[in-house]
Design a protein around this ligand. Structure first.
Ligand code: SER
Length: 388
């Protein structure tokens, strides 16, 4: 099943169950939100989860692009991407968790053809502040889906304070043999869909108070589920990455881990540029700068003549179209190229400065500060130049 088809099947299924589709936001969270990027579908909906009436009602469905830097070191494995899309549904004080889980089970097994024997669920086991999630446990037992109970892994929050609640996660078996073990013990169980019973608010002192309404917030990792349904061993082999795998290898000779990192980060960089982020030394711009520097470090390790300015227009356009962004591929390429030149100059300066006798031995904290403050050389770049 093609990714676009998966999106329409999902939206239609929930539309038939009374959900109205809302347009996803950009990667930039609404003003006043403390985080740099939208990290999940519920993000732009926070005021409505907290009780403000949503103009489209109490049942919503959407597709939201998200960016997570917490998973940066995991990018390149089978399931993590920096920018990814989340299919989401919400009950804003309407139906309860078990119905949401049951619909989730129905969509996966009846509409998407997932073998029920390949599913596993996890459920909140309870802690000193909140009781176990009996209702979710019963639902899964009724459907014959095995359940693992956990505490921390089944509590969802977006930060130390704010809306939160117990969740029930649905995992799909990705192994070549019949399913075994449990999600926390075996990473061949891939988490695809999280259903959060979002009905609490965490206060600054750590205590929990009820939200004005009992919500359900669900998020399904689109690229993950698509690649599993397509029988592919990783998200990088799913259809979303088809053009990348076709066009990047002839351009740059890279091993598989480097190819994955380069494709993930460049694709993410295009989406960030399309949403208006520009490279900078702080905030969002710095995240973009770091992604591009990681790409360039990998490319130049292989061959110093490789340039991101050579990224084919077709790839940039494919990404911009997918995310419905209106920017010209030429402008994207020129911004990438400017950033590359800037990094190239910085590397050159770094090499010259680090060649001085004073910096040949082990660098002290004071040296690192001096190199940063006087020569603009960030710590990770120095590490790269000395060990790269
Ligand atoms: N907010 C939950 C998550 O990010 C479900 O959408 O997993």
């Amino acid at each position: 099943m093609h990714t676009e088809q998966l999106v329409s099947t999902f939206v239609e299924y929930f539309h038939e169950r009374g959900h109205r589709r809302i347009v996803g936001s950009t990667l930039l969270p609404p003003p006043g939100d403390p985080v740099l990027f939208t990290t999940s579908g519920m993000h732009p909906l926070t005021p409505y989860l907290e009780g403000s009436p949503h103009p489209l009602g109490r049942r919503l469905v959407n597709v939201q692009r998200c960016l997570r830097t917490t998973d940066l070191e995991e990018v390149g494995d089978a399931t993590h991407l920096t920018v990814f899309e989340m299919l989401g549904t919400w009950s804003l004080g309407d139906y309860e968790g078990p119905l949401s889980l049951d619909w989730g089970y129905g969509l996966l097994t009846e509409c998407l053809g997932v073998d029920p024997g390949l599913l596993h669920a996890t459920v909140f086991a309870g802690d000193s502040q909140c009781e176990p999630d009996h209702a979710s446990l019963e639902l899964w037992q009724d459907r014959g889906v095995p359940v693992e109970l956990t505490v921390e892994d089944n509590w969802w929050s977006n930060g130390p304070v704010g809306p939160c609640g117990p969740d029930s996660e649905i995992f799909l078996w990705s192994g070549d043999c019949p399913p075994e073990s449990t999600p926390t013990q075996d990473d061949r169980w891939v988490e695809v869909w999280n259903h959060v019973m979002m009905r609490h608010r965490r206060l600054g002192d750590g205590s929990l108070v009820p939200l004005p309404q009992r919500n359900v917030d669900t998020g399904l990792g689109l690229e993950r589920l698509a690649s599993l349904l397509q029988g592919k061993p990783s998200v990088f082999e799913g259809d979303v990455f088809d053009p990348w795998r076709r066009l990047v290898p002839p351009l740059w000779r890279l091993d598989e881990p480097s190819l994955r990192l380069v494709c993930d980060h460049l694709r993410s960089a295009v989406v960030m540029l399309g949403d208006g982020v520009r490279p900078a030394n702080t905030g969002r711009g710095y995240v973009l700068r770091r992604l591009l520097r990681r790409v360039l470090t990998v490319l130049w390790r292989e061959d110093p003549s490789y340039s991101v300015g050579d990224l084919p227009d077709e790839l940039v356009q494919h990404t911009l179209d997918h995310f419905r962004q209106h920017m010209s591929p030429a402008e994207v390429r020129s911004l990438l190229h400017d950033e590359e030149r800037r990094f190239g100059r910085l590397m050159e300066r770094g090499r010259q400065v680090l060649a001085r006798p004073r910096f040949r031995g082990r660098l002290t904290e004071e040296d690192l500060h001096y190199l940063h403050d006087t020569h603009g050389l960030p710590r990770d770049l120095i590490t790269n130049l000395r060990h790269g």
